[in-house]
Design a protein around this ligand. Sequence first.
Ligand code: GLA
Length: 382
Amino acid sequence: MSVAHQLDGRARDAFRNSFGYLPRAVAVAPGRMNIIGEHTDYNLGFVLPAAIDRHVGVALSLRKDPGVRIRSDRYPMPVDFDTLPDRRQGNWTDYVLGVACQVRGVAEAAAGFEAAIVSEVPVGSGLSSSGALEVAVAVALLRAQDLQLPPLEIARLCQRAENSFVGARTGVMDQFTALLARAGNATLLDCRSMHHEPVPLPGPAFSWLLADTRVRHELAASAYNDRRAECEAAARELGVASLRDAGPDDLERITDPTQRRRARHVVSENARVLQAAAMLQRRSPRALGGILYASHASLRDDFAVSCRELDLLVELAAQGPTVVGARMMGGGFGGCVLILLETPGLDGLEQYLAEGYARVFHRTPEFHRVRSVDGVMPGAAS
Ligand code: GLA
């Protein structure tokens, strides 16, 4: 039985235990890794993510009254509302409530609902537990009302929930991946046209290891929005709609040195995504190494979203004889480093990283050996 099917069963059980009857709809959505293309999605550039075998499951039924009841295996406190709140609560339920408000915008019915959530995506590690939760809630809510929306519309709906309800001005990469990823592949996504194509990931001789620094910086959310504003300011000065339309020759026209560095990251990262996709298409995974390290250096020096813990893990990984390449992954300021390595080196590398990291930071990273999987189950209507 697949990991997604197991979580589907767990979500159904959790629902029955909480509410005493069977749920009307269940959806299971995966977290994601991103091979490359960081902070490019909201600049309408390119990304190369893949869904991973860590999921969020949501089992749900509509209520006859407007009440909302939410239960989670991660947060023991039951959450009950008389009606769906239209303002953020400042906690994890905002991902559920924000999506429900958006779904209410497209559905006729204004009924309440009750939902049980089970999750195996670590929170705050940069593996998009929030994107997976949003997508699972959206798909389950739509199914419970027998509504069908194209996956891209569901991705946009979830992104709107995160932007306007939660208040994080994130791009569309995470939600897109949770919906449309294909096992064995990354997806090369053009975040402007939304054109997407599968890119084959290396076979079993190579593995993806995510090493979580276990650092969570409070400033991450506000710094993310700041970076986005800096990119938008740089685009405005260049007279282009987004940095997607800027090239290396434009950079010197940006007067503010910070904005110029931010733009340099975006322009160079977009080029690296296309290079990396070409290397994977050519089945040359070893050629990814230099591109991954260059991405990390750019995120550290130009985009300034790394931290000492992430830098150390990348430096240590680079010394591993079986390592192809490594870089920080996701929004930054903590979370995970993505490492591509030869599979037989997994045990040795984990030990080496744990010891080296503990020598400096007096704690060990948490490791996730991940496989690529399909997007949301059951499949959203296409
Ligand atoms: C977070 C956001 C994504 C993306 C990444 C950085 O994961 O949710 O939209 O911007 O950061 O690449």
